[in-house]
Design a protein around this ligand. Structure first.
Ligand SMILES: [Mg+2]
Length: 362
């Protein structure tokens, strides 16, 4: 008898954090907490799976989940891997990215957790074979708004804590220079500019960073979907580029790969694990490298770890560099000296801890 979806719940968490600098703005408002929208799926046999939907605008995603995704998914077979594709198509004119897809992504991640638990195997075993036991983790420094002292001090702090790769969320050459001066020549530095420039302004800004040897410059162009301009910038500067956290679906990633973008960054909490795995596989067949977007802390983070375990090319996992009031999976999936072990228990790994659920609900 098949095991079906009996209930789908959304649980929003808000976790205070310290990144040793004034809080950055997100959507024009100071970001005071790291938010996480958990998706809990209860199956007809009583088993529970946990997913995570993208945190940005989570209130809208929670509504999409409760009003549409949950009622449409109840009664469906947990092991039916076409659920995401079917619901995406059914709801396609509700938006080709945004809350409905994020809610579906959270459901999809929870269903993979359940499938692993039902089969008694880790999710990486459902994707293929585990190709490594641990992965490197890179410190993804949160934006310091170009403040050089914060950049230097926190680059040094990340190195002291054992990280061997640094990503900045900065837009100035001075910030990149300051981080490079702190790391010395051997440490990879990535520079995430979050769509900083219109195409005509991007060349000078990116070319000026080249002397500091960035492993990649991320999303230098606004709008994010101007793939032709990204490809032209890559050719003109010779600087490796990364993009994809704002792209949805396999076709957009094929366009990025065809444009010569070196590093593709699908997000599990926006695309779901099913699509993220497919995007990753196709990206690496085409010669690009898949480096998933992963600045989140819940089951989406675990889902990304399983993808990194099973995919061809070995890459580092993104981790927002901050102290959290409660670190999810701190004892079960700890980051130690800049690397993390792949979970080997059935499903995605550990459940969200009780303390987290009890104390940090929105
Ligand atoms: Mg980014």
């Amino acid at each position: 008898m098949s095991v079906t979806i009996e209930r789908v719940d959304a649980i929003a968490l808000r976790i205070p954090y310290d990144h040793w600098a004034p809080k950055p703005k997100f959507g024009g408002i100071a970001r005071e907490t790291m938010d996480c929208l958990l998706v809990r799926v209860t199956a007809s046999n009583g088993l529970v799976g946990w997913g995570e939907a993208f945190w940005g605008g989570w209130q809208a995603t929670q509504a999409a989940l409760e009003h549409w995704i949950a009622p449409l998914s109840v009664g469906q077979d947990v092991n039916d891997r076409q659920i995401f594709a079917r619901l995406e198509r059914a709801l396609h004119n509700f938006g080709r990215s945004g809350p409905y897809l994020y809610a579906l992504a959270g459901l999809d991640i929870a269903l993979w957790d359940l499938r692993g638990k039902l089969a008694g195997v880790p999710v990486h075993a459902l994707l293929g074979e585990k190709k490594r036991e641990r992965v490197e983790v890179y410190a993804s420094l949160i934006a310091y708004g170009g403040n050089i002292e914060h950049v230097k001090r926190n680059t040094a702090r990340a190195l002291e804590r054992g990280y061997r790769q640094i990503k900045l969320h900065e837009k100035t050459t001075e910030a990149v220079a300051a981080s490079r001066e702190t790391t010395g020549p051997q440490i990879p530095i990535m520079v995430d500019t979050n769509c900083a420039w219109l195409p005509e302004a991007a060349y000078d800004a990116v070319a000026a960073m080249k002397q500091y040897d960035p492993l990649w410059v991320e999303e230098p162009i606004w709008p994010a979907e101007d793939v032709d301009s990204l490809g032209a910038l890559r050719k003109a500067t010779g600087v490796p580029l990364a993009a994809g956290e704002n792209a949805t679906g396999t076709l957009e990633f094929e366009r990025l790969a065809a444009a010569g973008i070196d590093y593709l960054q699908p997000s599990a909490v926006k695309n779901g694990l099913t699509n993220q795995w497919e995007i990753c596989r196709r990206a690496e067949e085409s010669g690009a490298t898949c480096v998933p977007h992963a600045p989140y802390f819940g089951p989406g983070y675990l889902a990304t770890l399983h993808i990194l375990a099973a995919k061809e090319k070995e890459v580092a996992l993104e981790r927002f560099f901050c102290d959290l009031a409660h670190v999810p999976y701190a004892s079960s999936v700890p980051i130690e000296n800049g690397s993390v072990r792949i979970p080997d228990v059935p499903g995605l790994g550990p459940e969200p801890d009780e303390e987290l659920l009890a104390n940090f609900r929105a």
